[in-house]
Ligand binder design. Sequence first.
Ligand SMILES: [Fe+2]
Length: 463
Amino acid sequence: MGALRRHHCLIAAFVLAGLLLVQAEARGVTSAYRRRLEAAEDMPLDADVFAVPPGHNAPQQVHVTLGDQAGTAMTVSWVTVDEVGNSTVMYGRAMGRLDMAAEGTHTRYKYHNYTSGFIHHCTLTSLEHGTKYYYAMGFGHTVRTFWFTTPPKPGPDVPFRMGLIGDLGQTSDSNSTLTHYEATGGDAVLFMGDLSYADKHPLHDNNRWDTWGRFSERSVAYQPWIWVTGNHEVDYAPELGETTPFKPFSHRYPTPHRSSGSPEPYWYSVKLASAHIIILSSYSAFGKYTPQYKWLEAELKRVNRSETPWLIVASHSPWYNSYNFHYMEGEPMRVQFEQWAVDARVDLVFAGHVHAYERSHRVSNIKYNITDGRCKPVRDRRAPVYMTIGDGGNIEGLADSMTEPQPSYSAFREASFGHAVLDIKNRTHAYYAWYRNADGVKVDADTVWFTNRYYMPNHDDSR
Ligand SMILES: [Fe+2]
C-alpha cells in the first residue's frame, strides 16, 4: 500500500515537473532593464549635427539608396538651397579619378507655408557589385565628395551585415542610436519607417525634414538605406490644405520600386547579397484586389531561394505586438498576409511603429475561420520570427506599457532605445543582435542564431 502511494506520488511529481517545464518553455522574457522613460525634445536647430555644410550652394542632406533591385544602380539624392545648381554626379573607383558622370533631375515642393530647397536625384547605373565608388556633386559651386560600396552580387552564401533601425527622429536619443549603429557597422540599413517626425511640429514644419536629412547624412551618404514608410510619412493634413499623402517623403526619398514591378514607391523589393527583402506599406491599401495585394501575390512567386535563401519582410506596423501602444493596429495586414508568409517560409518579419523592442518565437495564427473559433498563435517552425524595432529614439518617447501577462508568442521584450544588426553568414545561419543605447556600443542585449527556413525548415532555432 505504502509502495503504491509512493509510486503515485512519484508519478504526480513527474507530471508536475513536466507541466512546469512546458510552462517554462512557453514563458517569454519581459526585461525590466530601462533607463529613462520621459521623451526627449528634438535637438535644437543650431545643434552641430544639423550644421549646414559651408560654401555657396553646398549640397546638403546627401543620401543614397538602391537604384535598382540588386544594387548595380544607386540613386544619389541631395538638396541645394541658394540656387538650383546642377544635378550632375561625377563618380569613379578612386578619390582622384571620378571619370564617370551621370545626369540627374531636380524637384521641389510646397507644403503649406514651406517651400523646399532644390531636391536632386541622380541614378548611377551599370555599377559593379561589391565595389567602392567615390562620388561628388555640387559642380559649379561647392563640390562635396562621398563614397559608397555597392552590395555584393546576390548568391546563396554571400555574407551581409544589415542594420535594422526604426522610428529614428532627431532627438539626443536618435543621435545615440545612430552613433551606436556606426559602431556596430552594417553594410546597409533596413529602415522601418518614421524618419523625421516633422509632423510633430506646428504646421508639420518641413524644416525638420531638412534637419533630419543633415543629421542622417553621416550614415546615409555612405551606405544605402532601404526605406519603409511609416505613419509620420503620410503628412495628410487637410486643415493645412495638404491632401496628397506622402508628399514630403516622396519628393525626398526615392525607392527602386519599378525594378521589382511595383507601381508605387511604398511597396517593393530589393536583393542584398543572400537576402530577398520585401517592403510593405502599412498605409497603402492592401485588401484583396488592391495593387499592393496583387503585387505581393506575384512577388512571392518570383522569390528564388536558391539565389537568395533569406526571405525578409518589413512593414511599419507590427503584426505581433504585445505593447499597449498601437495594439492590434497591424492586425488587418496580419490577417491578410500571414498565411502567405507561412506558406512562403518567410524567415523574419521586421516592423517599427511601437517605440520599444520585441522579438517573437516562431508562431503562426492561421487556423482560424469564422466557424471553428480557433484563433490563437501557436508555435510553428514554418513561420517567421517577428521583430519590433521601433526603438530609434524619437520625440514621442518610449512605449513602456505592456500587455500582461506576456503572451506566449512573445519571446523577449524591453522598453529601451536601440537598434539591431542581422549578420547573415551563409545560406543556413544568420546571427542577430539587438543593442540598447544605454549600454556601451559593443554590448549586445539580445542575440539569436537564426536558421534558414528554406534550407533548414524543421530546425528549432527559437529561444
Ligand atoms: Fe509609427
